[in-house]
Ligand binder design. Structure first.
Ligand SMILES: Cc1ncc(COP(=O)(O)O)c(C=O)c1O
Length: 479
C-alpha cells in the first residue's frame, strides 16, 4: 500500500466509520455468535502473498463485524461503559498516524507536556487538590498495582526493590468485600499473596464499614503484622457503592497506612459539584485512579492516575540503562518512570480533544443526564409491582430483580432472573449484565453511553416488562 492507496482506503474507512456510528442502533447490541464461529472462518495460516485492502476490508465486514459487541450502542447497559466520542476517535486516529512512542520527554516532548497539562486540567475539573500529580496509565488495574508497589517501597524504605521480599513481610492490605477483583489480582501479582488481603465487611448500602476496617487493622497489628494499604472504592463494580472516604482516611492517618482510591467509573461523576461529597476526605488520600475510558467519552484505553507524592512513585519505578539516558534528565517528566510499561501511547491527545470539544459544561450535561436517566429507571422499578431494587442508586447503575408476587423461593428467583437476563440479551435490543448482592442474583443496568436518551431507557423498560411477563406465564403455568 502506498501513500495514494492509503488516502483512498482511508476515505473508505472513514466513510464506513461515520456510517457505523450513525447506524450503530441497527446492530444487535451483544454479538450473537457462538464460540469458534469467527475463528473457524479465519484461515489456519497467514497469507504468503500480500492481499489487497479491498479484500481485507471486505472480510472485516463479513467475518469480524458479526462477532463484535457494540459498546457504543445507546442500549448497551452492561458492566460499566467504555464509551466514546467523535473527538476521541479523531484523536486516536491522529495518534495512530503519528505512531509516537512516548516513553521519555525526548521521544516526543509535546506528548509529555500535553499529558502534564491535561492531567492538571482533569485533576482540577474533578476537584482534586492541586498538589496531586497526574499521569495517564493503561488501566485502573495497573494503576492499583503502581499504588501497591509504591506503598510497599515506601514502607520498606525502598529495600524490597533492591533485595526482594524477606521471608515474611507481614504486609497486609484492606479493601471491602465489594472491591474490584483487580485489587486481589494486584496483590497476587506483586507477590504478597492473596491471604494478605483483608476483605472488610460492608453495610446495607454495600459500602465499607469503617469500624470493621479499624478492627481488622488493630487485630493485624496485635498479631505483629504490618498494615500496608487500604483501597477505598468510589463506585463499586456491582452496585456503585461509595466507601466513606473521610472516615477511612482518618483511620489510615491514625495507623499511618497508605490510602489508594479506586474510582474507576464513578470518578467521572466528580465533574459535577453535587457529587463532590464522594471525595470528602481527599486530603488523606495517597493515590487516586479513575478511567476516562469508562464514562468520560474517551475511547479505550485512557486511565487517569493521580499521586500525592510523585517522588515516591518515581523512586519505585525508575531505572536508567545507558540507552535511555537523555540530555534533559530529570529536568523534565520522563513518564517511563511513572508506571509499569516503558513504551507509552500518546493517550493525552484524545483526552485533550475530548476535554476541549465537550468543555466542562458539555461533560457535566452528559453525565448529569445519565444520572437522571438512572434515577428515572430506578423510579420505574420502585413503582412496578413485580420488580425490586436491590441496592441504592447513588449514580448511574440500577441493581434490580424480577420478583413476581407469589414467588419467594430464593433459588427459583435466581433462576428466573438468570433466564430473564438471557432472554433480554438474546433479543439483541439491549445488553445488561448481572452480579450477586448478598448472594442474590441481581440484574444491573448501567446508563453511561454517550448517545443514550430517555427513549432507549423507555424501550429497555418495555422490553423488561414484556420478557418478565412471558416468564411469569411460564412459572405459573408450570405450577
Ligand atoms: C471499581 C473498578 N476498579 C477497577 C476496574 C478495572 O478497570 P481496568 O479495566 O481499567 O483495569 C474496574 C472495571 O470495571 C472497576 O469497576
Amino acid at each position: 500500500m502506498d501513500n495514494n492507496d492509503f488516502k483512498k482506503h482511508a476515505q473508505d474507512v472513514l466513510g464506513w466509520m461515520a456510517d457505523y456510528l450513525k447506524n450503530v442502533e441497527s446492530y444487535p447490541v451483544k454479538s450473537p455468535v457462538k464460540p469458534k464461529d469467527i475463528y473457524n472462518q479465519i484461515p489456519a495460516t497467514a497469507p504468503a502473498e500480500g492481499e489487497s485492502f479491498e479484500t481485507i476490508f471486505y472480510d472485516f465486514k463479513k467475518i469480524i463485524m458479526p462477532g463484535i459487541t457494540h459498546w457504543n450502542h445507546p442500549s448497551f447497559f452492561a458492566f460499566f461503559p467504555a464509551n466514546n466520542s467523535y473527538p476521541s476517535i479523531l484523536g486516536e486516529m491522529i495518534m495512530a498516524t503519528l505512531g509516537a512512542q512516548c516513553m521519555v520527554w525526548e521521544t516526543s516532548p509535546a506528548a509529555t507536556e500535553l499529558e502534564e497539562r491535561v492531567m492538571e486540567w482533569l485533576g482540577s475539573i474533578i476537584g482534586l487538590p492541586s498538589y496531586f500529580s497526574g499521569v495517564i496509565q493503561d488501566s485502573a488495574s495497573s494503576s492499583t498495582i503502581c499504588s501497591l508497589l509504591t506503598a510497599r517501597e515506601k514502607i520498606s524504605q525502598y529495600r524490597i526493590n533492591i533485595s526482594g521480599y524477606p521471608s515474611d513481610t507481614g504486609l497486609t492490605t484492606y479493601a471491602s468485600t465489594e472491591a474490584h477483583s483487580s485489587v486481589e489480582k494486584g496483590i497476587k501479582i506483586i507477590g504478597l499473596g492473596k491471604t494478605s488481603l483483608r476483605k472488610i465487611a460492608v453495610d446495607r448500602q454495600f459500602a465499607m464499614i469503617p469500624d470493621a476496617l479499624e478492627e481488622a487493622i488493630s487485630k493485624d497489628i496485635e498479631a505483629g503484622l504490618k498494615p500496608l494499604c487500604v483501597v477505598a472504592t468510589l463506585g463499586t463494580t456491582s452496585s456503585t457503592a461509595i466507601d466513606p472516604l473521610k472516615q477511612i482516611g482518618e483511620i489510615c492517618e491514625k495507623y499511618n497506612i497508605w490510602l489508594h482510591v479506586d474510582a474507576a467509573m464513578a470518578g467521572t461523576a466528580l465533574v459535577l459539584p453535587e457529587k463532590r461529597w464522594m471525595i470528602e476526605g481527599i486530603e488523606k488520600v495517597d493515590t487516586f485512579v479513575f478511567n476516562p475510558h469508562k464514562w468520560m467519552f474517551t475511547n479505550y484505553d485512557c486511565t487517569a492516575y493521580f499521586v500525592k507524592d510523585k517522588e515516591a512513585l518515581i523512586k519505585t519505578f525508575e531505572i536508567l540503562p545507558e540507552y535511555l539516558k537523555t540530555k534533559e534528565g530529570s529536568q523534565v517528566n520522563n513518564y517511563r518512570d511513572w508506571g509499569i510499561q516503558l513504551g507509552r501511547r500518546f493517550r493525552a491527545l484524545k483526552l485533550w480533544f475530548v476535554l476541549r470539544s465537550f468543555g466542562l459544561k458539555g461533560l457535566q450535561e452528559k453525565i448529569r443526564s445519565h444520572i437522571e436517566l438512572a434515577q428515572y429507571f430506578a423510579g420505574l422499578v420502585k413503582k412496578s409491582g413485580d420488580l425490586e431494587l436491590l441496592a441504592p442508586v447513588p449514580i448511574n447503575t440500577v441493581c434490580f430483580r424480577y420478583r413476581p408476587k407469589g414467588v419467594d423461593d430464593p433459588e427459583t428467583l435466581d433462576q428466573l432472573n438468570m433466564k430473564l437476563l438471557e432472554n433480554l440479551n438474546m433479543t439483541g435490543k439491549v445488553y445488561l449484565s448481572h452480579t450477586r448482592l448478598n448472594g442474590i442474583y441481581t440484574i444491573r443496568m448501567c446508563i453511561g453511553q454517550t448517545e443514550v436518551e430517555k427513549r432507549h431507557v423507555d424501550a429497555a423498560w418495555e422490553l423488561i416488562a414484556t420478557e418478565a411477563a412471558k416468564l411469569k406465564d411460564l412459572v405459573f403455568s408450570c405450577g
